[in-house]
Design a protein around this ligand. Structure first.
Ligand code: AMP
Ligand code: MG
Length: 432
């Protein structure tokens, strides 16, 4: 882990040190709010995962008139009160067709699901409750009350009313609703442009041959995937060596984006040049260091409309900091109202010890017990360099900063990771 002693900030701007996670999140979200978002118009086919930036109104009543909810016969309830009775079939109405006749006493119309109910009819008899009669006739076997199996005009949408409000996150259901409201193009919040930079002389790029003295650059790709999971394709800037001049060139490029993620070189080592180099480029650094484990040496700054996160070099620290700070910022920039990962309560499978003083995020696996309760167990090594336990984890267990030990069976809170939202078996509540 990156636990190095404090040294004064290299930046000229005032820095609060050792913020709580909550205060750091508040500081970041304040800056995002101040910057605001821009809108763009995109095709519905591309809208999944985006957020509506304008209200959407219904262009028509839906259904446009009273329609049948079943395949059957449109009839007059009064005619069939003494069923079984035989009615004369005077029309055959399919969905998409208009009725040709007004029903008179003793008459009915064959009708399909979604087809308009003819004038004169006030109810629908399901085909299962009928029997074919003589030529052109049907036998209605049971009486049916007025308004049975009829979907009323505008029951789903009324013309002119807001059906989807600005701020709605677009999921598959929303895409369907937008298509229903005939929105071939939708106004959404623009996606932020994101750049990712790794820094460190020891880093070996993915395409480079194995060198035993080097460390594979994991952060570029882990951060890339975290950004991609929000529907954004980031620009990968590559690896900057621990050299202020080289770093400065990379950072300048990165600052042309809405969001720059730099990992490594943010601590207090003699080769940690990221923060002073950003400051020299005019970036205002708002804080450095957050009281958390892993992830202490996090810094955050802004330059104009660009946000910069200096993430710790250790791969797990960098991912955990993304989860706590970059994710909410990114989601706010996308226009989302729900900014944070869902948490759930779980029962701890085994005791865990922790060092009090900082909130801790522990990689855990979640198993659903027969009782329906989730059980959290360690996903393996909690070293901040161990990416494999991050790969196994379903969530991050939140160990409160005051805690020294949590006992087996204790109720704990777990933040779900991207992979934590699925389970092995369908659970439908009953055995149906
Ligand atoms: P630093 O914050 O630069 O002191 O880095 C802390 C630790 O994280 C060192 O062991 C680095 O080798 C490691 N590290 C830094 N950047 C990366 C990266 N992109 N991928 C994997 N490990 C990294
Ligand atoms: Mg380094």
């Amino acid at each position: 882990m990156n636990e190095k002693p404090a040294k004064p900030s290299p930046s000229s701007s005032p820095l609060s040190e050792g913020l709580s996670v909550r205060d750091a999140q508040a500081c970041i979200l304040d800056k995002v709010t101040a910057i605001g978002t821009e809108d763009e118009n995109i095709a519905l086919e591309r809208a999944l995962g985006r957020v509506l930036a304008a209200d959407v109104r219904a262009d028509r009543d839906l259904p446009p008139r009273d329609v049948s909810a079943m395949d059957g016969y449109a009839a007059r309830a009064a005619d069939i009160a003494d069923a079984p009775v035989t009615l004369k079939i005077v029309d055959d109405i399919q969905a998409g067709n208009s009725p040709r006749v007004t029903l008179q006493r003793g008459q009915c119309a064959r009708i399909m699901t979604g087809a308009p109910v003819p004038d004169g009819a006030d109810t629908v008899v399901r085909v299962e409750d009928t029997r074919p009669g003589q030529d052109g006739e049907v036998e209605i076997l049971v009486p049916v009350k007025v308004a049975t199996d009829i979907r009323r005009r505008a029951e789903n949408m009324r013309q002119g009313e807001i059906v989807l409000a600005a701020g709605t996150a677009i999921g598959p259901g929303t895409v369907g609703a937008l298509a229903t409201a005939k929105q071939a193009a939708v106004t959404v919040h623009r996606q932020p442009r994101v750049a990712i930079l790794s820094s460190g002389n020891e880093l070996e790029a993915l395409c480079e041959p194995f060198d035993p003295s080097k460390i594979p650059d994991a952060n570029t790709y882990a951060l890339m995937a975290q950004v991609q999971a929000q529907g954004i394709e980031p620009e990968l800037l590559g690896i900057a060596r621990d050299d202020p001049a080289e770093l400065s060139g990379f950072l300048k490029r990165g600052l042309g984006h809405d969001l720059l993620l730099v990992s490594g070189g943010t601590s207090v080592g003699v080769h940690d040049h990221v923060r002073p180099t950003l400051a020299a480029l005019g970036v205002s650094m708002h804080f450095w260091r957050v009281e958390m484990r892993p992830g202490h040496p996090l810094a955050f700054g802004t330059l104009g409309r660009s946000l910069v996160f200096c993430l710790p070099g250790n791969p797990v620290s960098s991912m955990v900091c993304f989860e706590q700070f970059v994710l909410p910022a990114l989601r706010a920039m996308l226009g989302h109202r729900r900014l944070f990962r869902r948490t759930l309560t779980a029962s701890l499978a085994h005791s865990i010890k922790s060092r009090p003083g900082r909130i801790e995020f522990m990689r855990v696996k979640l198993t659903r017990k027969a009782s329906g309760i989730y059980e959290a167990s360690s996903a393996g090594s909690q070293s901040s360099s161990d990416m494999l336990s991050m790969a196994r984890a379903d969530g991050l267990l939140i160990v409160p900063s005051a805690s020294k030990e949590l006992a087996a069976g204790e109720t704990v809170r777990v933040q779900l990771l991207e992979t934590g939202a699925y389970q092995d078996e369908a659970e439908l509540g009953d055995e149906s």
